[in-house]
Design a binder for this molecule. Structure first.
Ligand code: NAD
Length: 546
C-alpha cells in the first residue's frame, strides 16, 4: 500500500447540532442520558489493549448531583505504570513503521465513529461526568474531537509533503520519524476533545503514549478508549492510566525512554512536571519534547467606540459559558467610564435571566462546577472580594453545594486594576471589571498587558479601526489568541489555532500543523548517485593560467 502518493483533502468543520425541542437528535441524546444515569459502570486501566483492575478504586459522580455515582474506576500503582510504559515501547516498533496512510485512516475512522455511531454517547458522558449542557458538550465532545482528527489527517499529509531540494546527481529526502521512546499525555477535566487530541496528535505521527486522564473526566475518556479500539488502534499504542497524577508522573518521568510530554492543565502542575524533567535530564536517551497548554486570565478590553450590547453579550457568554471553566473564559474586563452604566445595565438584565442547574434540563445556560474542591476555591475567592475595600460584588456571589456544586454568575467591580481577581486564574463563573477614564485608553492597555502572568486569549471591542490596531500593537504578547469584536473563547480547529505563551504554555497551537511538528524527529537522507573516486579538489592543482 505504499506504492502510491496520497493526499488528504482539507476538511470542513463538523456542523454543530442545535438540539432544539422536538428534533430527533434531542430525543437520541435524552435517551442516552437516561441510559447512562441508570447504570454504574466499572472503569479499568487499559494496558496493551487489556483491561486491568487494581482494586484501589475511586468514584465518579455527577457535578450537578454529587450523590449520584456514574462509575467506579481503578487507580494505577507503580507496577501498572511500568506495565504501560513497556506496552507503549513494545507497540512502538510496529506502529512507528506503519504506513502513515493507515494511521491517518484509523484517525478518520475514529472521527466517523464519534460523528455518527457514538455522538450521543460522547455528549451524554461529557454532560453527566463533566457538567456541560447539551450545546457545550456538542461543540466539545463531538465537533472539536472530530475536527482535531480530520484536520490532523490533513496536516500530516501536508507535513510529509515537505521535502528538501535535490540537485543533479544527488537525491535528498526527509523522513518524518516518530520520537524515539514513548510520550506521556496528561489531560485536564474540562474538554473531552483535548483529552482525545493530546493522544492522537502524537499517535498520528507514529508515536505511542501513556495517558494519564483527569479523574473528573474519566467517563467520557473511557468511552474514547473503547472507540479507539473499535476503530483499530493497535494494542499498546494508547495506554490508559487513571490514578494519582503525582504517583504516575514520578515513575514515568524517571524512565530512560520518556521522550516527550503533551500536557494540558494548570500552570502549577506543568511547572512541577517541567522541574522534574530538568532534574532527571541526565536519565533520558533524548531531550524530551515539552509541550504544555496551561492557565489563562483572559480579558475583554473595551474602547469607547464599542457597541454596549455586543460587549455585554461577549462578557456574559465569554465569562459564564461552562461556568467559566474554559482556559479561554473571559475573567477580567476593562471598560471606559462613558459606556459603563449602559453595559452594566444590559449585563445585569441578561444575568437575571440565567438559570443554573441540572444538565438534563435543557433550559439552563449554566450548570455545576466540576467538584467540591473547585467549588470551595471559587467561593473562597468570591468571599475575599466581598470583604475587600477595593472591590464590590455587583451581581451573583452566592453558591450552594448541598446537591450539586452550583455557583451564580458573579461580577466583581474593582477600583484596583491589580486586584487579586484581575490577576489570578479562578476557573469559575467570576468576572472582574475595572472601569477606566476614557482618556486613559493607552495607559490602561499597558496595565492590561502587564497585569497577569498569563497570555492565552483576549478580546478588543471597538468600532474605531485605529483603536483596534493600536490595542493589537500594545497587546502583542498579551494573548496567543486575539479577538476583535468577539468573546475570547470558542476557538475552532483549523480556523483559530489555539494556545498562548508567557505563563499560558509553550504555544504549540493545537489544531494546527505546528503541534504535529513537535511529535516528529526528522531524519535527512542524502544519496549521491555517482560518488567521487578521487579525494583531491581542483583548487589543489598547480595554477598554470599565468
Ligand atoms: P490540573 O492541572 O489540576 O490537572 C491536569 C492534569 O494533570 C490532570 O489529569 C491531573 O490529574 C494531572 N496532574 C495533577 N498533578 C500532577 C502531577 N504532579 N504530575 C502529573 N500530572 C498531574 O488542571 P485541571 O483542573 O484538570 O484543568 C484546568 C486547568 O487547565 C486550568 O488551569 C486551565 O486554564 C487549563 N487548561 C488550559 C488549556 C489551554 O489550552 N491552555 C485548555 C484546557 C484547560
Amino acid at each position: 500500500m505504499n506504492n502510491a502518493i496520497f493526499n488528504m483533502e482539507r476538511p470542513v468543520n463538523e456542523h454543530a447540532m442545535d438540539y432544539a425541542p422536538g428534533c430527533k437528535e434531542r430525543k437520541a441524546l435524552n435517551s442516552e442520558l437516561t441510559r447512562m444515569s441508570n447504570e454504574v459502570i466499572d472503569i479499568p486501566l487499559i494496558i496493551d489493549g487489556k483491561e486491568v483492575r487494581t482494586g484501589d478504586t475511586g468514584k465518579i459522580a455527577m457535578p450537578h448531583d454529587h450523590q449520584h455515582v456514574l462509575a467506579n474506576y481503578h487507580k494505577a500503582g507503580e507496577k501498572e505504570v511500568k506495565m504501560a510504559i513497556n506496552a507503549a515501547l513494545k507497540a512502538h516498533t510496529e506502529w512507528s513503521s506503519f504506513s502513515w496512510v493507515e494511521r491517518v485512516s484509523i484517525n478518520l475512522k475514529i472521527a466517523e465513529l464519534v460523528a455518527k455511531k457514538y455522538r450521543f454517547v460522547m455528549n451524554a458522558a461529557t454532560m453527566l461526568g463533566q457538567g456541560k449542557n447539551a450545546y457545550q458538550a456538542e461543540i466539545d465532545a463531538a465537533c472539536e474531537t472530530i475536527d482535531f482528527l480530520r484536520y490532523n489527517a490533513w496536516f500530516t499529509s501536508e507535513i510529509y509533503k515537505l521535502q528538501p531540494n535535490s540537485q543533479s546527481g544527488v537525491i535528498n529526502r526527509t523522513e518524518y520519524r516518530p520520537l524515539e521512546g514513548f510520550i506521556f499525555t496528561v489531560s485536564p477535566f474540562n474538554f473531552t476533545a483535548i483529552g482525545s487530541n493530546l493522544n492522537l496528535a502524537p499517535v498520528v505521527m507514529g508515536n505511542t503514549v501513556v495517558w494519564k486522564p483527569s479523574s473528573t473526566s474519566l467517563l467520557s475518556n473511557y468511552y474514547l478508549m473503547k472507540i479507539y479500539k473499535e476503530a483499530g488502534v493497535p494494542d499498546g499504542v494508547i495506554n490508559f492510566l487513571p490514578g494519582s497524577g503525582s504517583l504516575i508522573s514520578k515513575t514515568v518521568l524517571e524512565h530512560r525512554d520518556f521522550t516527550g510530554i503533551h500536557f494540558t492543565g494548570s500552570t502549577g502542575t506543568f511547572n512541577g512536571i517541567w522541574k522534574t524533567i530538568t532534574e532527571n535530564i541526565r536519565t533520558y536517551k533524548s531531550y524530551p519534547r515539552i509541550v504544555g497548554e496551561t492557565g489563562g486570565k483572559d480579558f475583554i478590553f473595551v474602547h469607547s467606540s464599542a457597541d454596549p450590547q455586543e460587549v455585554a453579550v461577549a462578557i456574559v457568554r465569554g465569562a459564564f459559558e461552562y461556568q467559566g471553566q474554559k482556559c479561554s473564559a473571559a475573567s477580567r474586563a476593562y471598560i471606559p467610564e462613558s459606556l459603563w452604566t449602559d453595559i452594566k445595565n444590559r449585563m445585569g438584565e441578561m444575568i437575571s435571566r440565567i438559570t443554573v442547574g441540572d444538565v438534563n434540563e435543557f433550559s439552563h445556560f449554566m450548570n455545576a462546577v466540576i467538584d467540591e474542591k473547585s467549588f470551595d476555591n471559587i467561593m473562597g475567592t468570591i468571599g475575599y472580594a466581598k470583604k475587600s475595600n477595593d472591590a464590590e460584588v455587583i451581581f451573583g456571589g452566592n453558591g450552594e453545594k448541598s446537591k450539586g456544586y452550583f455557583i451564580e454568575p458573579t461580577v466583581i467591580l474593582t477600583k484596583d486594576p491589580h486586584f487579586k481577581t484581575m490577576e489570578e486564574e479562578i476557573f469559575g463563573p467570576v468576572m472582574t471589571i475595572y472601569v477606566y477614564k476614557d482618556k486613559d485608553f493607552e495607559a490602561t492597555l499597558k496595565i492590561c498587558d502587564q497585569t497577569s502572568p498569563y497570555a492565552l486569549t483576549g478580546s478588543v471591542f471597538a468600532k474605531d479601526r485605529e483603536a483596534l490596531n493600536h490595542a493589537c500593537r500594545i497587546l502583542r504578547y498579551a494573548a496567543g489568541n486575539m479577538y476583535f469584536n468577539d468573546k475570547p473563547s470558542g476557538a475552532v480547529v483549523g480556523q483559530q489555532p489555539f494556545g498562548g505563551a508567557r505563563g499560558s504554555g509553550t504555544n504549540d497551537k493545537s489544531g494546527s500543523f505546528l503541534n504535529l511538528l513537535r511529535w516528529t524527529s526528522p531524519r535527512t537522507i542524502k544519496e549521491t548517485l555517482i560518488p567521487p573516486t578521487e579525494f583531491t579538489y581542483p583548487f589543489m592543482k598547480e595554477d598554470r593560467c599565468h
